[in-house]
Structures are given as C-alpha cells and as structure tokens.
Design a binder for this molecule. Structure first.
Ligand code: MF3
Ligand code: CO
Length: 263
C-alpha cells in the first residue's frame, strides 16, 4: 500500500525536510581536503540530535553511522572512516533523519578541491537529471516516467543510471513503496497521486551500470571503477498536476531549481 499524506503529515515531513537541509548544508561547508568522513558524520549526528531528531541511518539494518559517505567509484552506502579526503576526489553525502516520527532523506555529491572536467560534468548532469526526473512527478503520471526522464537526460552526456539501486517511497519509514527506478520505459508502474511522498535519487556513472557490494557489507561500488554521483531529495506529489514540492529544499520551486542548475 502506498501512503497518501494528509495536511498534518505533510507538514511534519516538511519540518523533517527543513531540518535535514540545515544539517546537510552545514556538513557541506566542512568538506575540504584533509577532513575525514568520520568528522562529517559526527557533525551530522550532533546537528540532527540538536534539532530534536533521530539519525535514520544509524542502526538501520545494523548500519554504523548517521551519514553514508561514498567516494569516487563508491555508489552509495559508503561508511564514514578516518581517511582524510584528498583533492580531486568526489564525495557523495547521503543523510536521513526522523522528526516526530516522519522521515527525510537527501543526498548530494561534491568535488574535493579541484576535480577533473569529467567529474564536474558527472555531478552537474546528475543534479540536472534529478530535476528532469521530478518534473514528471505529477498527479496522473506514472512512477516510471521519472526514471525514464533521468535516463534520457544523462545518456545525452554518455553517462548511465545505476540499475540495481532505486529511489523509494518515504514516510514513517525510510523505505516504503513504490520503488522509483532511475531508468526504463515511460508509462509503467503506479500512477502518481497527490500526497505521495518519494525519495528520488539518481545514481549516475561515467562507465557501465553494474555494481557490487564490498566485503564491509554496505559499500556499493561500480564493477568497472567508473565514477558515480548521487543526488536525492524527498518530494511530495501535489494536487492537480502541479509541480512537486521539494521537502528537503524548503522554499525552492522546481522552476527555480531547473533554472539554477541549467537543466
Ligand atoms: N538514503 C539511503 C537509501 O535510500 C538510506 C541508507 S540507509 C543505510 O538507500 F543504512 F544504508 F544507511
Ligand atoms: Co533514499
């Protein structure tokens, strides 16, 4: 069953989203060569708790941290550690929190210092593909219209969406129905309705899409060693086919964001 949020529930998810935005923006400010992902994780956990929320990832199926920190060919679910970040790497930060019982989930990728033109292009295409994807997240459309838009967009640049990992419904639990793939034919899957809340999260690679999990039991990496970027927000489908609301980017409209990222 796919949840439809009422006004009160949506407001709670908005509050969760706004807090997560503050936390992730503060984490982002600290990212530079020499910093460890452990420090970023500690900062995130303390800010989440200070905001009266609970880190959603910590202890989720035994996951040991509040953030996922995935470097270069790591796709998602990288575990924070004590290795200093180095100039030229790309780092994906994924965070989630629960406020008053409602979830928010969001991710972004940044370069550490100067990065290659290809890495920069990958990060930008991934962000743009997210906004192209959620431009389809309207009442009356189907869930696969989102992934189709993501895939079509990134393939223009020679990049590919990862296939084994998907976005998801989100609400009281972090992973709910439906799955939101980042590729595929349009017009398939569940019909989108106002009040559905989704975490849309393109994971886009420079090489080929197969991935595997490292022996740590969590970290997903590309089979071919190609780079991966990740971009995620929690969104709400709105009534009457209007633009979706981006719950983890309060105050921003889809039109503004499309203009800002140049998609
Ligand atoms: N945002 C992540 C996802 O949607 C959630 C990770 S939970 C963790 O897959 F336990 F793996 F951290
Ligand atoms: Co997610």
């Amino acid at each position: 069953m796919i949840g439809i949020r009422n006004r009160l529930q949506l407001q709670k998810m908005r509050d969760a989203g706004a807090l997560l935005r503050e936390v992730l923006d503060k984490v982002r400010e600290r990212i530079e060569p020499g910093v460890t992902t452990r420090r970023l994780d500690q900062l995130a956990e303390s800010l989440i708790r200070k905001g009266g929320a609970i880190p959603s990832f910590l202890h989720y199926n035994g996951y040991p941290a509040s953030l996922c920190t995935s470097v270069d060919d790591q796709v998602v679910h990288g575990i924070p550690n004590d290795v200093p970040l180095r100039e030229g790497q790309i780092l994906s930060i994924d965070g989630g929190l629960t406020l008053d019982g409602w979830q928010a989930d969001s991710a972004f990728t940044v370069g550490i210092g100067q990065i290659s033109a290809k890495a920069r292009a990958l990060i930008e295409a991934t962000e743009r593909s997210f906004y192209q994807g959620i431009a389809q997240a309207r009442e009356g459309k189907r869930v696969s219209d989102i992934g189709h838009a993501v895939q079509s967009y990134v393939e223009r640049f020679g990049f590919k969406p990862v296939r084994a990992l998907c976005g998801h419904g989100i609400g009281r639990r972090i992973h709910e129905e439906p799955e939101v793939p980042n590729f595929g034919e349009p017009g398939r899957g569940v019909r989108l309705r106002a009040g559905m809340t989704l975490a849309v999260e393109p994971m886009i690679v420079t090489g080929d899409w197969p991935v595997h999990r490292l022996p740590d039991g969590w970290t997903e990496v590309t089979d071919d060693g190609g780079l991966c970027a990740h971009y995620e927000h929690t969104i709400a489908v709105t009534p009457d086919g209007a633009d979706p609301e981006i719950l983890t980017l309060p105050g921003a409209t889809l039109a503004q964001m499309l203009a800002e990222v140049g998609a």
